[in-house]
Design a protein around this ligand. Structure first.
Ligand code: PEP
Ligand code: MN
Length: 462
């Protein structure tokens, strides 16, 4: 047992700390003793324990008070008073853990948020897949060359040799260091240049003026510009966007168990991850008797669960009951990733049954992971039209049921990559090799991302 209890300074004096520490440690051990899918076969358990012990003694990246603030914001999303926009790389890499890369990805997130705010007439909560999104679930244990599969920079290297693919626990320490630096950059950008609505709008105007198809969105862009000028005209303070929250898939449990706080503010003491504000459980690790769900049950953080096309309404209700026993709006985000051709059939009974259970969840659409396919030239890709179609279906379902389409979960980068096909520039399969840079799944590039934001803003406004 390597768990080190960590108490926030605002912990009430009435708390019996030792008893709480012991109870939570027992529950954590029991959760992590359950079967866990998608974990690396670490070669040397003693080395893993040593790394985990070392990392557990470090400083957390986020504080429980911040995490509670995000929970509160997601409560507003669950009640239909706000939207959630989450975006970033499929897999962050150590090499791309740079200020330039983060600025690109986070800048796109904020520019999209500005447009969606206008289209939906609601505040947008911006959550980055960043500062910790280093672990990847995989569909097979070996790749096409018979090598052990790449499981993300936190486990092994993408380089195609047996030696590079061997899981190395020391990588968890590198991941901590990179995440810590990335977190510093996220905080600085969120408070600084990426808070400035005027500057974000200027960039969007450039997109509308110069990108193929951009002029289609001239009316909305002009309306946003007039709104900003009006604010200046009446002498309002320069409009600023709110926080950027961090998130990643809670996949690698040896990593997730490090840096846990005790949060004694709620109805009962809970653990609170010090690694990120928001965590989600992936499609491949949501087994009801598995360790990932049991771990998420212990957390005070808002948590998401990916639900694929095989999810039954009964399963969805069970996730919500277990993860939100006290009925806290926004505690659970159900992230549907059904595929554009299935969402209209599979999602409605799930939404109906969860709504009937009385819980207020955030309904979030991931239009990426149900629409992946292999192009004729072997590249994994996704078509812009199918991504937009899944979002359209998501909005149709919620409109028909009178529920709130809470948000989007995207894989997108501010860089000019060629990974997804389609969009107004007409990226074709033959273009994919030009700048195919992702370490895992294909991302929308900056142009495709902005086009999507403007298109979805029209859907919300309709
Ligand atoms: C992901 O979000 O990168 C991912 C692996 O998604 P899913 O679990 O939905 O397949
Ligand atoms: Mn992905």
């Amino acid at each position: 047992m390597t768990y080190t209890p960590r108490w926030p300074p605002d912990t009430p004096a009435r708390i019996r700390r030792r008893a709480v520490e012991r109870a939570l440690a027992d529950r954590l051990d029991a959760a992590l003793a359950r079967p866990a899918a998608q974990q690396p076969g670490w070669p040397d358990p003693d080395r893993v324990r040593a790394v985990v012990r070392r990392l557990t003694a470090g400083e957390p990246l986020v504080a429980p008070a911040e995490t509670r603030r995000l929970l509160d914001r997601l409560g507003a999303v669950a009640r239909g008073e706000a939207l959630l926009l989450q975006s970033g790389d499929c897999a962050e890499t150590f090499a791309d853990s740079t200020e330039a890369h983060l600025r690109g990805n986070l800048g796109l997130l904020r520019r999209m948020a500005l447009v969606l705010t206008h289209g939906a007439g609601l505040p947008v909560v911006t959550v980055a897949r960043a500062a910790g999104q280093y672990a990847k679930p995989r569909s097979a244990p070996v790749d096409a060359h018979g090598l052990p599969v790449y499981r993300g920079d936190i486990v092994n290297s993408a380089e195609a040799t047996h030696a590079a693919r061997a899981p190395d626990p020391e990588r968890m320490a590198w991941a901590h260091a990179h995440a810590r630096e990335a977190m510093t950059v996220v905080r600085r950008l969120a408070r600084g240049e990426l808070a400035d609505a005027h500057a974000l709008h200027e960039e969007n105007r450039r997109f509308v003026d110069t990108a193929p198809g951009g002029r289609r969105y001239a009316a909305r862009s002009a309306a946003i510009g007039r709104g900003l000028s009006f604010m200046t005209g009446i002498g309002a303070p320069a409009p600023r966007l709110g926080e950027i929250w961090t998130s990643h898939e809670a996949l690698l449990l040896d990593h997730e168990r490090t840096l846990l706080w005790i949060d004694a503010e709620g109805t009962e003491p809970q653990l609170s991850s010090g690694l990120a504000h928001f965590l989600w459980i992936g499609e491949r690790t949501r087994q009801p008797d598995g360790a990932h769900l049991a771990f998420a049950e212990l957390l005070a953080n808002p948590v998401g669960v990916k639900i694929g096309p095989g999810t039954t309404p009964e399963q969805a209700v069970e996730y919500v009951r277990r993860l939100d026993p006290h009925g806290v709006p926004g505690r659970v985000t159900l992230i549907s990733r059904m595929g554009h051709d299935r969402i209209r059939q599979v999602l409605p009974p799930i939404v109906e049954k969860v709504t009937a259970s009385g819980r207020q969840v955030v309904w979030q659409c991931d239009p990426m992971h149900g629409n992946s396919r292999t192009a004729a030239n072997g590249y994994k890709t996704r078509h812009y039209d199918r991504i937009l179609d899944e979002i359209t279906g998501f909005l149709e379902v919620h409109r028909a049921l009178g529920t709130h389409p809470g948000g989007l979960h995207l894989e997108a980068t501010g860089e000019n990559v060629t990974e997804c096909v389609g969009g107004a520039r007409g990226l074709a399969e033959a273009d994919l090799p030009t700048r195919y840079r992702t370490a895992c799944d294909p991302r929308l590039n900056a142009e495709q991302g902005m086009e999507l934001a403007f298109a979805v803003a029209e859907l919300f406004a309709a």
